[in-house]
Ligand binder design. Structure first.
Ligand SMILES: C[S@@+](CC[C@H](N)C(=O)[O-])C[C@H]1O[C@@H](n2cnc3c(N)ncnc32)[C@H](O)[C@@H]1O
Length: 93
């Protein structure tokens, strides 16, 4: 998870935290999500769509752990998967 090598969201110029331990700190995420709308960590939903749809049906219940500001749940919802619960460490989310 190296944000400096491959920034994938032109809207954000992410500064690497001083330590990866920052990722365990709710305050890091709260501060980040205050100013960041979306950030793609890996690939677009379209890249993983075929893998996800092997395992879920329109009536599936989906739990997204550590959802952050991901648009995954929006993408799923727009495709008819509407029973989605998103949780995150950050209270901003
Ligand atoms: C690398 S971000 C990924 C966010 C999102 N899944 C995405 O792909 O854009 C990690 C997320 O996990 C959340 N997180 C970290 N530790 C957590 C925990 N113990 N319980 C729930 N969420 C946690 C952070 O707040 C952050 O939103």
């Amino acid at each position: 998870m190296d944000e400096m090598e491959k920034p994938s969201d032109a809207k954000r110029t992410t500064v690497r935290p001083p330590s990866v331990l920052a990722y365990l700190d709710p305050n890091y995420w709260n501060e980040r999500f205050t100013s960041e709308d979306h950030y793609k960590w890996l690939k677009d939903y379209a890249h993983f769509r075929h893998l996800i749809h092997q395992h879920i049906k329109p009536d599936s219940s989906v739990l997204e752990l550590g959802c952050g500001n991901s648009q995954l749940s929006d993408e799923l919802y727009n495709e008819g998967i509407t029973n989605i619960t998103c949780i995150d460490l950050s209270s901003i989310m």
